[in-house]
Design a protein around this ligand. Structure first.
Ligand code: CP
Ligand code: NVA
Length: 313
């Protein structure tokens, strides 16, 4: 059987993503109120080891994959570039071949997407994208789960994005193509997402609106999403922050959306920049459900990579 790498959402396709979400809902319900480190009853990854490789900082991805493996009955080890030989120039290709002899699955967070493609090319175990400069697919499985849990079916959903056209937005656009929802994107000129992701969503049947008017994007939205204006690896540039200011998700913007619309943010947040404190702490914010759902979503991603998820009937 070919190795099931999860470099982007398209690797799993619509059926794979649906299977992940269904499995996450079932497993989450089955272990409600259990101690967080206790394995699920079936412990499907008993004896399996995940290597997490970080070339960038992380809180949620690191902890959620660690707890996910514990709940699936497996274990983890963590490497970073500063204390591993990656930081001294050992190649990705050799690292992939060595780790493949020692562990059962690899998760990599890095900058250049080409590095994760290189890891996948040389690994003989599944490789999972824990974020690159181009995309963040694991986050979006958690986001879709969160939206569904809060009562919004995906087909026809109106998602609005504000601020920087970044890696998280790219994965939202990929998800839109697969799961048939619409995306309204409000960014300053010059900060739009890469055209290939917009095209991918449109070819998939999603309606994508690109605007510089935040209120236009918010009008009638079911879900409002933003992210940091300065992603990891980018420099704090005064001009960029000034350009982003009109795209803050605040109560005025939220009032344009559908009543009961939900606010999502992958975190970490910069409250007072991309989101106001009132929205972040308000009743429509589901950001901590979203953060918790990283565990449930990452379990599904892992199971999919091991070929242990059934497609929905
Ligand atoms: N949302 C997210 O990926 O968070 P971390 O950077 O803390 O992993
Ligand atoms: N766009 C952000 C996401 C962090 C989880 C970044 O790449 O830094």
């Amino acid at each position: 059987m070919p190795i099931k790498h999860f470099l982007d959402l398209s690797d799993a396709g619509a059926d794979g993503i649906a299977a992940m979400i269904n499995d996450a809902i079932d497993r989450k319900a089955a272990r409600a109120d259990w101690p967080k480190g206790k394995p699920d009853a079936d412990a499907p990854l008993d004896g399996r080891v995940l290597a997490m490789v970080f070339e960038k900082n992380s809180t949620r991805t690191r902890v959620s994959f660690d707890i996910a493996m514990r709940q699936l009955g497996g274990s983890v080890l963590t490497l970073d570039s500063s204390s591993s030989q990656l930081g001294r120039g050992e190649t990705i290709a050799d690292t992939a071949r060595v780790l493949s002899r020692m562990v059962d699955v690899i998760m990599l967070r890095t900058d250049d997407h080409a590095k994760i493609e290189e890891m996948a090319k040389h690994a003989t175990v599944p490789v999972i994208n824990g974020l690159t400069d181009r995309s963040h697919p694991c986050q979006i499985v958690a986001d879709l789960l969160t939206v569904i849990e809060h009562g919004h079916p995906l087909p026809g959903l109106e998602v609005a994005w504000f601020g920087d056209g970044n890696n998280v937005l790219h994965s939202i656009l990929e998800a839109a193509a697969l799961m048939k929802f619409n995306v309204r994107i409000a960014t300053p000129a010059g900060y739009e997402p890469e055209a290939e992701f917009v095209e991918m969503a449109r070819v998939g049947g999603s309606q994508v609106t690109l605007t510089q008017d935040a209120a236009e994007a918010a009008r009638g939205a079911d879900v409002l999403i933003t992210d940091t204006w300065v992603s990891m690896g980018q420099e704090h540039v005064h001009n960029k922050l000034a350009a982003m200011a009109p795209y803050q998700v605040n109560n005025e913007l939220l009032s344009q959306a559908k009543p009961g619309a939900k606010f999502l943010h992958c975190l970490p947040a910069h409250v007072g920049e991309e989101v106001s404190e009132k929205v972040f702490e308000g009743s429509q914010s589901v950001v901590f459900d979203e953060a918790e759902n990283r565990i449930h979503a990452q379990k599904s991603v892992l199971l999919w990579s091991f070929g242990l998820l059934d497609a929905p009937s």
